[in-house]
Design a protein around this ligand. Sequence first.
Ligand code: IYR
Length: 225
Amino acid sequence: MDKKIIEGFEHVRYKRPQLSPEEMILRSEQFYQEMDQRRTVREFDSRPVPIEILEKIILTASTAPSGAHKQPWTFCLISDPSIKKKIRDAAEEEEKISYSSRMPDQWKSDLKPLGTNWEKPFLEEAPYLIVVFKQSYGMENGEKIQHYYVNESVGIACGFLIAAIHQAGLTAVTHTPSPMNFLSEILKRPFNEKPYLLIPVGYPKAETYVPAIKRKSLNEIIKRF
Ligand code: IYR
């Protein structure tokens, strides 16, 4: 039986191929090794990327679980150079103030090893910008739709998005200009949507360096019970 009615709602049978424990161990190891190669990259090659890849990456993000399956997200995909420039100018204006007066010294010294500053050339250099908006509530035919666990849902979708970008052979930076309401204005988003993350995507520049950071070991992050 592939379908079943439960309390008046149709359910479909869920099936996944059965893997042996050995195969599962191998696959989990391979996926970890692949994801461990992911690095945040802030320097992009301006080589174009086929848009189908970006569309598939966004579809992958949309497979994330969400509160009551409300899918409270909008992904703005930007390739228009004039919009990228507007976003860069507005982001740099905010970041300039942040780095010079809003961020405490501790924060700036914590960022020193990563080599960030107020300048954001990647906002124009990357072939695509994805701006993820969270929908605090939905709007359908002028009616408000309740959304649930919006931050959790959109955060998980962004995780899927970043994993999909890496798996496709591209790189990204999770950029959080602050404040970022300028994104709502430039992209003319409705009132129920708030900017969540700005993610430039592309190929890394031919010769790119990233900070020599280490990830915490399993023993540092796991507590067994
Ligand atoms: N939003 C600023 C500062 C910044 C903050 C953190 I926490 C980072 O991990 C990286 C940067 C910027 O984008 O430069």
